[in-house]
Design a protein around this ligand. Structure first.
Ligand SMILES: *Cc1c(COP(=O)(O)O)cnc(C)c1O
Length: 395
């Protein structure tokens, strides 16, 4: 048995996406900038993909820029807004404490260059309100960048309300919608979004390709010099197979968004209810406003990494949600941001489901996880202290 429950990290390329990609390698392999017929066929694929993405987001194809993924789109959006702001003497940027590192590290870079970055607290359920954003906006605010849905704990933020507040204040609003795209409805007009990032591989498209939507009138910086591709903002021959695959995957996801959400959230809720029966465990993130596929737990007295390895040995692919960088085990900044103490944040588990997962798989996860948690607790010095009363239980 092999159960893939790490769809927030990446997804399997769908048959539809693969079918859209394959002809681009050996048949329609032209360069879209070439004037001959082979090139023009590739240009048609590019145009069609741009139209498809624009239709799903409810914008004009002129507002779609293809990128190498979500990280590039985030970097491009934030750096462009920062440059635009600086020209008007505006160097204040509002974001949240639990953004993806593609956002947080870009903001840290800007801080070193003299920008003032204000990270709003996200509370215990992992969200910010439009009122918080409104209160933080100042005359010198250049940008509000707030994610649509969190990649670790799955909480879904009130993007339309935040967009309305930003519009009223005349401040640019960017959202990292990488976890939302293909899973939650997006309408950049109705939601007053000026810039939005998404990534192909989070909704059954290929890796290494993404989209930055930028409303007409929002001037992007030239990220890569060298050619006229993507309106001169990002030179380089377009990755036609990946772009075609991503567009097909996005359309497929958008066409089935409600039925998939219903199916996946039922599996999610069954998994959450079952895991909550494990003593001294807690669900992370908002119980209601949550991505259909996201389950994230803390189990007191264990290390998330050991849990992952034992789950993997049982054929279950999951994630801890904690960033493990070069030997140092730092607990997840997201779990710390929602107020989980270090010792609890270390014992985290993220299971992220998609419409390919089944109820049998959920049953199997629910059968194996409690056994592994108990096994690890029986070996854990921290657990011994907890049950001996030498330490207080947090959960
Ligand atoms: C995956 C992810 C990214 C990065 O996307 P890539 O295409 O892998 O660069 C950015 N933001 C969020 C919220 C993500 O989940």
């Amino acid at each position: 048995m092999m159960i893939y429950a790490d769809n927030a990290a990446t997804t399997r390329v769908s048959d539809t996406a693969l079918a859209a990609m394959l002809p681009c390698f050996q048949e329609q392999y032209g360069n879209p900038s070439s004037l001959h017929s082979v090139g023009q066929r590739a240009a048609e694929i590019l145009t069609a993909a741009r139209e498809t993405v624009a239709e799903v987001l409810n914008c004009s194809p002129k507002e779609i820029y293809f990128t190498s993924g979500g990280s590039e789109a985030d970097n491009q959006a934030i750096l462009s807004a920062a440059l635009l702001g600086a020209k008007k003497g505006k160097k204040h940027i509002i974001s949240t404490a639990f953004e993806h590192h593609a956002v947080l590290h870009t903001l840290q870079k800007l801080e070193k260059e003299g920008y003032e970055v204000e990270l709003l607290p996200v509370g215990s359920t992992g969200t910010v309100t439009a009122e918080q954003v409104k209160a933080a906006i100042r005359p010198d605010t250049a940008l509000v960048t707030i994610m649509y849905a969190n990649n670790e704990i799955g909480s879904v933020l009130p993007i339309a309300e935040i967009g309305a507040v930003c519009k009223e204040a005349g401040v640019l609003f960017h959202t990292d919608a990488v976890q939302a795209a293909g899973h939650l409805h997006i309408d950049v007009k109705a939601q007053n979004i000026d810039m939005l990032s998404l990534s192909g591989h989070k909704f059954h498209g290929p890796k290494g390709v993404g989209v930055l939507y930028a409303r007409l009138g929002v001037r992007l910086a030239n990220l890569i010099e060298g050619g006229a591709q993507e309106k001169g903002k990002r030179a380089g021959t377009e990755n036609i197979p990946a772009i075609a695959g991503m567009a097909a995957a996005l359309k497929e996801a958008a066409d089935h968004i409600d039925e998939n959400a219903a199916k996946v959230s039922a599996l999610r809720d069954k998994l959450i209810d079952g895991l909550l029966k494990i003593p001294h465990s807690a669900l992370n993130g908002d119980p209601v406003n949550r991505l259909p596929g996201n389950v994230n737990f803390c189990f007191e007295g264990i290390e998330g990494e050991s849990l992952l390895l034992l789950l993997d040995a049982k054929g279950i692919c999951a994630s801890s949600g904690s960033a493990c960088t070069s030997g140092s085990l730092d607990p997840s900044h997201v779990l710390l941001a929602i107020g989980r103490p270090h010792e609890v944040a270390h014992g985290s588990l993220r299971l992220s489901l998609c419409e390919d997962n089944t109820e049998e798989e959920v049953d199997y996860i629910l059968e194996e996880t409690p056994k592994i948690v108990e096994y690890l607790r029986n070996m854990s010095p921290m657990w011994k202290d907890l049950i001996a009363g030498k330490r207080q239980f947090i959960l």
